[in-house]
Every structure is written in C-alpha cells, then in structure tokens.
Write a protein that binds this ligand. Structure first.
Ligand code: UN1
Length: 513
C-alpha cells in the first residue's frame, strides 16, 4: 500500500511519458469496476513507474468468482492427463519468456537479476514437476470388510480456490499454488501481490497462451479490499495464502467462520547453528547468502546465526568483513549483491527494528544499521546489510521477524543449548547446522522443530519437489510443493462398490466367518 501511495506522489513530479496500463483477467482482460488505479514502482528507483494496475473491489472479485464457477465443471471433467498436457505447454512458454520475466521482476521487486532468474526458474520447475501429477494423482485400493465388495479412494478437486500471494517470490509462489490447483481440477481466482502485479500478469498471460480455457484462471489486482472479498465469498471453497502472520490470522478466522479450507504460509525466524568443528569459511559463506540473499526478504532467511563460543570471535570477524564488502544497489546492475527492500513501509519497519536492536541491552551493532541515501540511493529503499553480535535469546531482534537485510549472532556453549535457542521462537520454518560430525548433524535434524532443516547449507533454497512449510506460527499444518501440496488442493473420496447383488449390511455384528 505504501509503495503505491508513494508512487502516485513521485509520478506527479517526474513522469510525463504515458504509463502502461494493465487490467484484471476474468475470462479475458477486463477493466476493473472500481475505476481506481495504483502505480507499481521500482523499489530501486521510485521515478521508474512500471505501470498502473486496477485497485479492484468486491464487484471485480464477484465477477472473477462467477467466471471460475462457470468454468469449473468442464475443467474438473477434463481428464487430468489432458490438464497436464496444457500445463506442460505452459512450462515451455515460461521457459521461452524467462529473460523478459526476469528483468520485469527485478524492476518491480528489486531482487538482483540472478535471483529473479532463479525465481522464474522455480516457477518453471514447479510447472513441469507438478504437471507430471496429471498422470499420477494416485489414490489407493484396499480390501472391503465383506465379500464381493470393492473399496477404493481417490482425489477430487475442492472447487474454486482463492490464491493470495506475496511480493518476495513474484512468480515462484503464485506457481506453487496455481499449478497444483489446476492439475487437480480446480478453478482459481488470484489476488496478486500489490507490489509485484506484473509478474502475476506475466504468468497468467502465459496460461492464456498455453490454452488454459477461459474462466479457469482469473486475476484481480489490488489490495486488502479485493483480498477480503475473496476470502469472504461464499462460493470460494479454499484460500491459499502466503504472507504475514498477522494477515494470515485474520484470513484463518474469516475462513473458519465460513467453513473454508485454508492453507497458510507465514513468518519465519530461521537460524543457522555453527558448531565449533564446522568449516568456518563455508559457514560464513552460507550465513552471508542466507541472511542477505533477496535482501533478507525470504520467509526462509537466516535471520539468526547461533555460533559456538569457541569459534564465535573468528566467525563474527570473518562474517562482518564480508558483509561490509557486499555491494548494495539496483538489482538490474550486474555488480549488485543486495537490492533494495520492497517499499517505504517495509524500509521503515526494518529501520525501526535496527533501532530496537541498538537499544537492546548489550547487543552490539557490528556493521550496517542505516538507510543509504547518497546519490542514486536516495531514489530507492536501500538499507545497509546489518549484523548484530552478542545477541541474547529473548531479545526482540532475536524473536521477531524483521524481513530485511538484518541478522543477529547469538553465542552458545553446547549443542542442546543451541537447539533450545533455535526452537525458542514462535515460528518453525527452516533451520540449519554446520558441523563435520555426522552424529551431531543427525541429532540436530531430529531435535530442530522446523518444517525444513539443512546440514552444511543455509536456511534458504528449498526445492520444489520436496514439501515446503513450517511448524508453529509459520503455518497451519499444510505443506506446499512436493506431492504433499495435492492434499491442499484435493479432498479424498472413498468409493465402495458392492457387486454381490444383494444387501450386505455394514456395521452390523452378524458377519459369518
Ligand atoms: C519464501 O520466502 O516464502 O526456500 C519462499 C527458499 C525459496 C522459497 C522461499 N525456494 O528460500
């Protein structure tokens, strides 16, 4: 929201050229009923307006849900291998468009080109992998209690799905939701992330080109008004949401009242444990990447580094030295390591956490800590990569999700102590341990209560063919990606076939053995 408001102001000052206009996709590209617009701006340069997008309202959502409803029966009855065929075509189109999508993503989201390319690639991988489910979607058979009776179980689509997506993985995360929803036979309405609407539009244009029938995939652009209308619409059976824990809770409450299925992917406060026997240089490289990749704006970001006292000093020195060398800048420039953060509101929140960290008793600001404002930096939302050392468990910067280029280093004495620290937050998405000792590594993988756990690698970088999600405040028990995502987008149906030709009563205590 903040980014859009800011964009409107900067537009008046700086741009005379015609701004590109985008629309909603509801069976076709249509103007929003609201007649209101927001501007999508480049977080590295607020004078750069990517386009104007509709700030959709409940009427737009109503139309999109109607379109999804009208398309539902035909799509559900299309054989899954045929649905998959179209999705494989979508994969080809995404591959062909990768370069364009990558540049446009960097421009609207800020992450460096290599990472934006990785994001598009993740969407491609997800498309191919999940489309393959069209020829599996396995159910099972089992034995019935009675003779001449057959028992089996299969997946059925849930119906109309509302997909609410965030800014940080503008193409990968929509694809994690969209592709499984479609292969399972659902129709969808996507409410795109308001900071990154173009990447969703690119994905949906590719769907259109691939031949996905009208009404199966719909997009409404906009803010909370559109999201709330989707969440509260009686015909929407399922909401899949990725975003903040606060918004997730509101969505979950609304879904509970309406008896909707809801799948939530929310915050994280992920940690890397560095043992005293670890390869320190490798651990430093991993921590640098895990903490500052995507400017720390991943749910999986390594926002805590829990380091053994014996190697603490050496680790901190080596890490800080490397952090100081990171080149902050526009993600479109090849030499940039760390791009801007997404918008003014996010920047203020991160800077506020840095202030909190500075005031926390005995935490040390080892490097960074400021917004960058000189020269071109003043045009964007740039924050110096920031490291706090001597952080203690329980401090706010150790407990709360910052979602920016800030990490906290916490010293420990024993592995059990480290595990207690890592588990001692309300989230449970990702964790990691650096050690050369296989016993310690396996022990940690069993004791760390997170949905993802890495050995000798940072907390980021989950692959699409394994389940993705977290414990505790991170989620509500569902997993995206892998084949596990099919459990979100289908409901089981048990089918019994009695071919005895007579009445066989179940749950009656008279069966002859
Ligand atoms: C997210 O930040 O919500 O595991 C998704 C990773 C990426 C996905 C992150 N593959 O870091």
């Amino acid at each position: 929201m903040a980014k859009a408001k800011e964009a409107k102001k900067s537009d008046k000052k700086s741009t005379k050229t015609k701004t590109a206009t985008y629309h909603n996709y509801i069976g076709e590209w249509v103007k929003s009923a609201s007649g209101e617009w927001f501007e999508n701006i480049n977080p590295a340069d607020t004078n750069d307006i990517i386009g104007r997008f509709p700030a959709s309202n409940a009427e737009d959502v109503q139309k999109a849900v109607e379109a999804a409803k009208n398309a539902a029966a035909k799509w559900r009855r299309t054989p899954a291998p045929k649905r998959a065929e179209i999705l494989f075509r979508l994969g080809e189109i995404l591959r062909a468009g990768k370069e364009q999508y990558t540049r446009e993503m960097t421009r609207e989201m800020g992450k460096v080109l290599k990472e934006a390319g990785g994001d598009v690639q993740e969407a491609i991988d997800c498309t191919y992998y999940t489309a393959g489910e069209g020829r599996r979607l396995h159910g099972f058979t089992t034995k019935a209690e009675m003779p001449n009776k057959y028992a089996m179980c299969e997946r059925q689509p849930v119906g109309i799905c509302g997909l609410i997506t965030p800014f940080n993985f503008p193409m990968a995360i929509p694809s994690w939701k969209l592709i499984p929803a479609l292969v399972c036979g659902n129709t969808v309405v996507i409410k795109s992330g308001e900071d990154v609407p173009l990447s969703t539009i690119n994905l949906v244009k590719a769907c259109e080109k691939a031949g996905i029938p009208k009404g199966v995939v719909n997009v409404v652009n906009g803010f909370g008004e559109a999201g709330a209308a989707l969440v509260n619409h009686a015909d929407v059976r399922l909401i899949s949401f990725t975003g903040s824990t606060d918004t997730g809770r509101i969505i979950a409450e609304a879904c509970a009242r309406n008896n909707k299925i809801v799948s939530l992917e929310m915050g994280g406060k992920n940690a890397i444990i560095v043992m005293d026997d670890a390869d320190i240089d490798n651990a430093v490289e991993g921590s640098l990447w895990g903490a500052f990749g995507t400017s720390g704006q991943r749910c999986t970001a390594s926002s805590r580094l829990v380091v053994h006292k014996k190697v603490y000093k050496k680790f901190c020195e080596k890490l800080v030295e490397k952090v100081k060398k990171l080149k902050v800048g526009n993600g479109l420039e090849a030499k940039t390591d760390v791009g801007p953060v997404i918008n003014a509101q996010a920047m203020d929140k991160i800077l506020n956490y840095i202030e909190i960290g500075k005031n926390e008793d005995k935490a040390t600001l080892a490097c960074g800590g400021n917004r960058l404002t000189k020269g071109d930096y003043k045009k964007g939302f740039f924050i110096e990569p920031t490291v706090f050392t001597d952080v203690k468990p329980g401090m706010r910067i150790e407990q709360e999700e910052i979602f920016g280029p800030v990490t906290a280093i916490i010293p420990f004495g024993t592995l059990d102590e480290a595990i207690t620290i890592v588990n001692g937050v309300k989230y449970g998405l990702s964790s990691a341990i650096y050690t050369q000792d296989v016993n310690q590594a396996f022990y940690a993988t069993q004791e760390l209560y997170t949905g993802i756990c890495y050995v000798n690698s940072a907390t980021i970088g989950a692959e699409v063919h394994l389940p993705f999600g977290g414990t505790k405040g991170t989620g509500n028990g569902h997993r995206e990606a892998g084949t596990q995502v099919l459990d979100i987008f289908t409901e089981w149906k048990s089918i019994y076939v009695d071919y005895s030709g007579k009445l066989q009563k179940a749950q009656i205590d008279e069966i002859e053995i």
